[in-house]
Design a protein around this ligand. Structure first.
Ligand code: NAI
Length: 386
């Protein structure tokens, strides 16, 4: 994987097109393949328009040269000369496995095959290949040209030498790579689950309404968006499905249990902002819900969600999902949290954080609120996590 490597992108949707743009801007020749010719045409037109607009704004000087480096094909054979393939097709294991098995027959033996999957096992995708040692995860965030974070995920079969090479390449592309173990949700989609899940639980129990929870997390917590606004923004078809997949993949650990409130929205087709209605109603003239700005209640909500987020990050560290530095980078750069959760834990105090979790555990007697053994250990004498 060098600057001369021809990069192949499979799937020309939101992510595939974004990653193609990043690779082409970084100087690579890029071939975009999609089995849907209409999607391919749309991506080609959009990419050209985007690059020209960036040039008009002075953010690029060589849009035409970049466009010339990109080609689009509906024929898998078009990927034959690529040295790195990044797959960004529909999030279905059977389809991804079939595409990996096919593409492996087309490319050279030393071509690296990466998947942009958000929630599937990279190991099981790799298993579809004759040579699984060349398969890894490269998980970009949406929109790929703007979000710096990339999770680099070795499958258990991946040749270890490829990981530093992939990390270097991502840095050359102007990205911030972190390394994550091949476990459900990798870093961000695992550690962020309580931001949604605990907010939903607070709503379900009637402790506060969604506007109040959103207010607590933005005004008192410093998050850019409250959980309900964010879930509506991401879309319940994406956010709920990731939660459900993570829950199932963790063998139904109650920590990741989805909520009926969100499932019903999905069933109703109330997908969020994109469908005009989700938790909130985005129709013109619709009533805007006002939060109850009760500081005592707001602090309770914020501390409960924060304790759950911190516990998730600490447990990911405990289970060697990633290093402490990568865990904090992932949450600040992948989902724009105001602070890394491990840093937040140290500042709040491991003892305080444990006290909050134990309070919830004693109230509910649910495994969902169990503290990570690492948090419990460090809380003795209020030691820092790292
Ligand atoms: P999308 O639905 O916008 O695009 C998928 C594209 O793949 C479509 O153009 C479709 O025609 C094409 N495709 C489907 N099956 C194909 C096949 N068998 N062969 C060739 N092309 C095929 O999807 P999106 O949002 O770009 O996501 C793609 C992948 O990236 C998924 O694995 C998703 O989980 C992951 N991802 C998505 C993020 C997001 O926020 N949308 C963020 C990070 C990862």
């Amino acid at each position: 994987m060098t600057p001369n490597t021809i990069v192949g992108i499979i799937g020309s949707g939101a992510m595939g097109a974004g990653i193609a743009q990043v690779a082409a801007v970084a100087g690579h020749s890029v071939v975009v393949y999609d089995n849907n010719a209409a999607a391919l045409d749309k991506a080609a037109a959009n990419l050209k328009a985007t690059l020209m607009k960036l040039q008009e704004k002075g953010k690029l000087t060589d849009a035409e040269a970049i466009i010339k480096r990109m080609s689009f094909t509906a024929d898998l054979q078009g990927l034959a000369a690529c040295g790195l393939i990044i797959e960004a097709i529909v999030e279905r294991l059977d389809v991804k496995k079939s595409v990996f098995a096919q593409v492996e027959q087309v490319v050279a033996n030393d071509c690296v095959l990466a998947t942009n999957t958000s929630s599937l096992s990279v190991t099981s995708i790799a298993a579809a290949c004759t040579d699984p040692s060349r398969v890894m995860g490269l998980h970009f965030f949406n929109p790929a040209p703007l979000m710096a974070l990339v999770e680099v995920i070795p499958a258990i079969q991946t040749n270890a030498d490829l990981i530093p090479q992939a990390k270097d390449l991502m840095q050359q592309w102007g990205k911030l790579p972190v390394i994550a173990k091949d476990t459900p949700g990798f870093i961000v989609n695992r550690v962020a689950r309580p931001f949604y899940g605990e907010a939903l639980r607070i709503l379900d129990e009637g402790i506060a309404d969604m506007a109040t929870i959103d207010w607590a997390m933005t005004e008192l917590g410093g998050f850019r968006m409250g959980p309900f606004t964010l879930m509506d923004y991401i879309g319940h078809d994406v956010n709920y499905v990731v939660t459900e997949t993570v829950f199932q993949s963790f063998f139904y650990d109650p920590r990741y249990k989805p909520s009926f409130a969100q499932k019903r929205l999905l069933e109703a087709g109330w997908l969020g902002r994109k469908s005009g209605r989700g938790f909130y109603n985005y129709a013109q003239g619709a009533e805007i819900l006002a939060p109850t700005k009760d500081e005592v209640l707001g602090k309770q909500i914020f501390e409960r969600i924060l304790a759950m987020l911190i516990n998730e990050a600490v447990d990911a560290l405990h289970l060697n999902v990633a290093t402490a530095a990568d865990l904090d980078t992932a949450m600040t750069r992948g989902v724009n949290y105001p602070k890394g959760l491990l840093q937040w834990c140290n500042e709040w105090g491991t003892a305080q954080c444990l006290e909050k979790l134990d309070e919830l555990y004693h109230l509910y007697h649910e495994d969902r609120y169990r503290a990570s053994p690492l948090l419990r250990k460090q809380a003795i004498g209020n030691k820092k996590i790292v």
